[in-house]
Design a protein around this ligand. Sequence first.
Ligand code: BGC
Length: 552
Amino acid sequence: MPKSSGLSKDKNWWRQASVYQIYPRSFADSNGDGIGDLKGITSRIPYLKSLNIDAVWLSPFYPSALVDGGYDVDNYRDVDPKLGTLADFDEMLAGLHKAGIRVYVDIVPNHSSNLHEWFQEAIAAKPGSKARNRYIFRDGRGKKGELPPTDWVSHFAPSAWTHESAMGGKHNQWYMHWFAPEQPDFNWDNPEVQKDFLKTLKFWADRGVDAFRIDVAHALKKDLSEPLRNLDVFEGLEQRGNKGKGILADRDDLFKIYKEWRKLFNTYDPPRVAVAEAFVHPDRIPLYASTKTLGQCFDFRFIETPFEAGAYKVATQEAIELATKNKSTCTWTLSNHDQIRHATKMGLNPGVNRRDWMLSNGTSHPLDMESGTNNGLAATLYILALPGSTYMFQGEELGLHEVTDIPESSIQDPQYLRNHKVDKGRDGCRVPLPWTQSGPSFGFGTGGAHLPQPKWFGKYSVEVEEKDPSSPLAIYRKALELRKELQTKEEIKWHKTSDVSVLHYSRPNGWNCITNFRAQEYTMPKGEILLSSKPIVNGKIPAGTTVWFKKK
Ligand code: BGC
């Protein structure tokens, strides 16, 4: 089994790491079946190394029927045969470690898939049985139990309850699911469930995995005391603002679980790292990011922050303040596998309703792809110079755009399929990457691609951008290389600018970062230019540009 060889034992490596998210099914396909796989990732290690990243985060690669892109897990301690084997995983991990790249894997603890052996057992078992108690089964309301037990709602379906008959059960009970009916929620009050996840974490940590991304980390514990309470007023599934006493999410009793996980993580050298995906009120983020629990928590505020100086400054200050509170660091993120690609958001008029625009297949309003890519790059350089870690999504280094016109027959995402088709879903950012300008699936593999790639993909391919020193790829590589020199003291200092559309900050090593968001042009301060997202013309920084420079 591979060990974490070649990597430092620094226990703080994660604090200012640049982490690149790989969505395995859409990264690189080694066997031409149209689905990306682990051998595909291994074959692209030289590329990953050339990006100068510190770590990769792998979205789920476990056995799955792919009802929710792999977030419906059949077996937590194996690899989906469509993606490879455990031996392929070990080979990939060893190769990444050798290249100096650490590995995060995604842990999905709130729910399994309906094909998980425990759920199969539960469906076949009787009410009140040990097997059913690993999930949340209840009798229905109404004379014949024909109504769901409560009014709880799900992300992907109207009700968070499905009658067991839909899964072949014969006992007239209902089971609970936050997401699709094929993603039944575990009963985290059950010690057997708690123990089994410790086993899973240990399984991957022993294999040499460095870190974990915890899926919907705020959702595990529910108030399951009888009688179950209704939500009554629709407060949103996340129940923000309930101060740890909500019914379905972000409950105080959750942290006992994460304290146990922390104990396990700390038995490794260096300790294993975790980052929580938790959609909670900002005041609650430190509970997940505490050194006694998971250590870091995603703060997604930049995903929705408009590309404007004032909004960026406030978001930056608030995020730093919050992370500092709990001795954690910021998690700067512009895109991930659940979001419209940020280059696209930044190329749309800010007033456009993006959901409607996506439903119109991107036809209801014009998209300025070039300025979106440029603004996206400026935003990236802005966040990459900040203290804290950065999480990037595959393809953003190419300035890649969302695919908006996936035909209905090809859509895979339950967010669209189950949500009354009022939300186009997340497939548009998950389209397999373009590696070459042309050819079958633009070099993704020798066969096709599991989601259709548009004609314009070739222009954003690695092959094209590698030939152009001013491409997004070239700028990302340089920025991520230079950034290593910024991984020092976690401080920034703001500097005054003569235009409200321009932000300027510096780091303790003497580096400065200046972003011109919207000013026509801005005079470049004196200094040695290290990197610029767009060329500086006659000493002026154009709009939509970030420059890194050293003061003389
Ligand atoms: C993941 C999604 C997934 C959901 C259910 C998340 O927040 O990022 O992609 O659909 O959890 O597992």
